[in-house]
Design a protein. Structure first.
Length: 425
């Protein structure tokens, strides 16, 4: 992790401030600006842990912060330690420790043996959720829940890996994705929080939304791609810094569309292609509509690209879908609190009843897509190609990017959809 000091800015500073807040060392706003109050909190943390109290966050300070960021500690067994005493000492559960340490012999713990001890929550839900934060959370969740399968579906235009996660071992497959659009990044922690909540319910043999997590796990494989557009997300959240080559190139694209605020209005990938207008489902119609609206070249939004599946991110999701047998898909966007369930006037018979169930648990409206946005989306292509239920969920309400203080409400509205998608598929 990069060294942070006074003057640093961005999502990693927010992550630092959030961790210090949990430790009751930082009481100010989590704003991503490393100022005097953040430095004072860092010094207090360093003094508490016997570190050089210089107010900068380098390798040793990051290491000491790891349990509070990653949600687990690494314990070295000493005489008298048992799984039960460790669970009590760390205020965790035996089940969580056993899950994080598959194959451990609880009756033969050896002095010096390293044990993963899960602590609190991992997924950050009060900060700007950049690509670096996603990677940190995925690494931590894989450590705590080794039954998760994590891989890649492809890469972004800036060669950042596009990750997928599989939870479950059932033959039925469902697929949820998020952050096709950069300024809709709040949908990424929605999927990540669902992943963590489901994994914990499975570990505890408990329920989620009234359904047995273990029964779902055994019957369904849930695939998540939580950040389809990592470059666009980083541009909006601050993961791509002003002055960098990528930021400067995007700024030049945005200059041709001065009515779109930069970077907060950026939906496209870093090349200025709108990824949800890249699929072969009426792509020519989308091109005619968007060209007529003035989006005739790379733009912060609504440019369809030179041809379908031109963008590597869109191709990656397309190929991932082709290589699976998804019974149902849901693409997460913001905003409007709406559920789109058709491609034009087409959907399989089971689509509307499932949409009605989604609406019941979320309070969202079942809606028709405006005609000018009715073509070339991922959901459109899936419906056209597979004749299986496919949905676009427009989460939250307001102006994109939605503020992170909406997260708890958005998640509460959508956990039921994410569970029912697996149950009803």
């Amino acid at each position: 992790m990069e060294t942070l000091r006074t003057g640093s800015q961005g999502p990693l500073v927010e992550l630092l401030q959030s961790a210090l807040h949990r430790l009751n060392l930082y009481a100010e706003n989590i704003d991503g600006i490393f100022g005097a109050m953040t430095a004072n909190a860092v010094i207090s943390f360093q003094n508490r842990h016997g570190l050089m109290a210089d107010g900068s966050v380098g390798a040793s300070t990051w290491y000491a912060l790891c349990p509070y960021i990653n949600g687990y500690d690494v314990h070295s067994i000493t005489g008298g330690d048992t799984i039960f005493t460790l669970a009590n000492a760390y205020r965790t559960t035996v089940e969580r420790i056993l899950t994080a340490n598959p194959g451990i012999n609880v009756y033969n713990l050896r002095a010096g043996q390293k044990i993963i001890v899960p602590l609190g929550a991992v997924v950050s839900t009060n900060i700007s959720y950049s690509y670096d934060i996603l990677k940190l959370n995925l690494d931590a969740l894989k450590t705590i829940y080794p039954f998760l399968q994590i891989g890649t579906v492809g890469h972004s235009s800036l060669c950042q890996k596009i990750f997928y996660i599989r939870i479950g071992r059932g033959t039925k497959e469902v697929f949820y994705n998020a952050s096709f659009h950069g300024n809709e990044w709040i949908t990424t922690p929605v999927l990540m929080k669902f992943l963590e909540t489901f994994a914990l319910a499975y570990t505890n043999s408990s329920t989620i939304q009234g359904y047995s997590a273990r029964e779902i796990f055994n019957n369904v494989s849930i695939y998540l791609v939580p950040m389809v557009n990592p470059d666009g997300v980083d541009l909006v959240t601050g993961g791509i810094r002003p002055g960098s080559a990528a930021y400067t190139d995007a700024e030049k694209i945005a200059a041709n569309y001065p009515n779109i605020p930069f970077p907060r209005g950026w939906k496209a990938n870093i090349e200025g292609i709108d990824l949800n207008l890249q699929f072969p489902a009426g792509w020519q119609n989308a091109q005619e509509i968007k060209f007529a609206q003035g989006y005739v070249s790379p733009a912060p939004r609504d440019y369809v690209g030179p041809e379908p599946l031109y963008a590597s991110e869109a191709r990656s999701v397309y190929n991932f879908t082709v290589n699976h047998d998804f019974r149902l898909i849901a693409a997460y966007h913001t905003q409007g609190k709406e559920i789109y369930w058709q491609f034009l006037d087409y959907a399989p018979d089971e689509s509307l009843p499932i949409a009605q169930q989604f609406a019941r648990v979320s309070g969202y409206a079942i809606s028709d897509v405006p005609y000018t946005s009715s073509f070339a989306g991922y959901k459109d292509w899936f419906l056209q190609t597979y004749s299986r239920p496919g949905y676009t969920i427009e989460a939250g309400y307001g102006v994109n990017p939605l503020p992170i203080n909406q997260f708890d409400e958005i998640y509460a509205e959508n956990e039921g959809i994410l569970v029912l998608g697996a149950v009803l598929s």
